[in-house]
Design a protein. Structure first.
Length: 339
């Protein structure tokens, strides 16, 4: 009988210990991951998307509606100033020009004859003036027709490269519709649209990091060339021109993702981005939570720069939680900062 009592006592003791431990686990402060802020480089950048384009791009368009009858160059061709690129149908204008030049010749002959007669006082000054006026009018009409006929020949307005052609032989080309786009020999650039909220941070000379889907894994460097003074009121953005190096492999028309470097800090104070809850972090002091306001600088996917509010020796929660309350007791498990 006495041999059984220790067993029952041992069983009772284990149950009590388990109950006490369970209560402790339920009532104990939660154990949370925390970190010390670290020092490291921080970059504040403005993101924008854009397209690669030539610095100077000229349209070559028809000045009158006509049918395309001759094409001498195609996309990718290098051309020189004055070179004939294409010709529009000009039969009617050619015939009109021939008739007007014939009228000009006749009017000139009448004027020259009357010029001799007026010297002999054989005709009135009124007849002489009329002949002179008729000749000048005929000459102006012929010159105008010649100019119109000249417009039917599309020539290169400068040395450059044909980057786009719109139109096929036999197609009716509307007035002012470009048949060719000519890229003048110059460096390429990126035209990016920057949100109006960020444009105040952008100025010429800033470094730009550029990526393009056509070259995965590669990074290209550029620089801000200019900012357009007038924004797009519909898109609420401003156009930023970004220069590219002469040896860039990027091609005209490619889409580019740009990060315009606004500020670089070599020894910034960094915390995990997950530690931020709007404009505060949870700091642990004497085992309790303190809602610490902070001023944020450059913000990245993994780390965020803290300009003021905490120091390198402080302990802060790695991940903010909206269910936490100020003054709450917690247990801390220090972990390393994410890279």
């Amino acid at each position: 009988m006495n041999m059984k009592r220790p067993g029952r006592w041992a069983l009772g003791t284990a149950a009590v210990v388990a109950g006490v431990w369970g209560a402790y686990v339920l009532l104990a402060p939660p154990r949370l991951d925390a970190v010390h802020p670290v020092r490291g480089p921080a970059v504040q950048a403005v993101y924008a998307t854009g397209n690669v384009e030539p610095t100077i791009m000229l349209p070559v368009a028809a000045r009158t509606t006509a049918r395309l009858v001759e094409l001498n160059v195609d996309e990718g061709a290098t051309v020189t100033w004055g070179e004939l690129l294409a010709r529009l149908e000009d039969a009617d204008l050619t015939n009109t020009l021939a008739a007007l030049r014939s009228q000009e010749t006749l009017a000139r002959q009448v004027y020259e004859r009357d010029e001799k007669l007026i010297a002999l006082d054989s005709i009135s000054h009124q007849a002489y003036d009329q002949a002179k006026s008729d000749w000048e009018a005929a000459k102006a009409n012929a010159a105008s027709a010649a100019a119109q006929a000249g417009f039917m020949k599309l020539t290169a307005p400068a040395d450059g490269r044909i980057i786009k052609r719109d139109g096929e032989i036999g197609e009716l080309i509307p007035v002012n519709q470009p048949v060719f786009w000519l890229a003048v020999k110059s460096r390429l650039r990126v035209s990016a649209e920057v949100d109006e909220e960020d444009i105040a941070h952008i100025s010429p000379g800033q470094k730009v990091v550029i990526r393009a889907d056509a070259f995965p894994g590669q990074i290209f460097n550029g620089a801000v060339e200019s900012v357009t003074p007038k924004g797009d009121t519909t898109a609420r953005s401003y156009r930023v021109r970004i220069t590219l190096p002469a040896d860039t492999p990027l091609m005209i028309g490619m889409t580019a993702e740009t990060n315009i470097i606004v500020r670089e800090t070599a020894n910034a104070l960094l915390v995990p981005t997950t530690a931020l809850q709007v404009d505060k972090v949870w700091k642990i002091a004497d085992g309790r939570l303190v809602a610490q306001p902070v001023r944020v600088g450059a913000k990245g996917a993994d780390q965020t720069e803290i300009l003021s509010g905490v120091g390198a020796d402080d302990v802060i929660l790695k991940t903010a939680d909206s269910t936490l309350t100020a003054g709450q007791r917690v247990r801390v498990r220090l972990v390393a900062m994410p890279p």
